[in-house]
Design a protein around this ligand. Structure first.
Ligand code: ZN
Length: 202
């Protein structure tokens, strides 16, 4: 059973897991300068990707090498204290990341994982972003809403056909003539018949 971390370590863990990290900001800034527009941390998508290009159905994860268990020098560093606890955490992160990528792929989304250690080289990063974002997947051409992922709970429904047909008000008459119109016609008939009688009476 892995040892539970101290309060201080829990605070570090929370900080590390937070969004808007330095590597992430660098990727966002570069993607923006390259002219791409994107959403951030969409909760409705598996794994809550850091950058989401909705129209392209593409998502980017920016992962810290240590916490997400990258196969690199930084990722291989073993924690000195509570190693068992942290290694289990990292393994759980790896499994969760793999599951999120698989779920995205299954619903027609392409994903790219950028590791912290790969982000320092801006020229290489630029090339990878362009290659990933420029190409259009032939397997999944752009289409509307095949899954529930695209609309979050707060998004309005986008499918016009899904709107319910207009239900007539119960007090509305079944014929095309409204109550007011019918009443007005009756009044007109009464007036004209009175006018017709009057000349004979005098
Ligand atoms: Zn790495």
């Amino acid at each position: 059973m892995p040892e539970a971390p101290s309060e201080a370590r829990s605070a570090i863990m929370r900080a590390v897991k937070s969004t808007n990290t330095k590597p992430e900001m660098k990727v966002r800034s570069l993607a923006h300068r390259l002219g791409f527009r994107f959403r951030l941390h969409r909760k409705s998508l598996p794994g809550r990707p850091d950058l989401v290009f909705v129209a392209r159905r593409k998502a980017i994860f920016v992962n810290g090498c240590f916490w997400h268990g990258h196969d690199c020098k930084r990722g291989a560093r073993a924690p000195k204290a509570n190693a068992g606890y942290w290694l289990a955490k990292i393994e759980a992160n790896r499994r969760r990341d793999a599951r999120a990528r698989a779920e995205l792929a299954a619903s027609g989304w392409e994903s790219l994982t950028l590791w912290e250690c790969e982000i320092r080289d801006e020229k290489a990063l630029r090339a990878r972003l362009l290659a990933f974002l420029a190409e259009t997947s032939s397997a999944f051409p752009l289409r509307r809403l095949p899954s529930s992922f695209e609309t979050g709970p707060s998004d309005p429904p986008q499918d016009e056909g899904a709107r319910p047909a207009r239900i007539p008000h119960p007090e509305e008459p079944r014929s095309g003539v409204s109550k007011d119109e019918a009443g007005e016609r009756r009044a007109q008939r009464r007036r004209s018949s009175r006018r017709a009688r009057q000349p004979r009476a005098s």
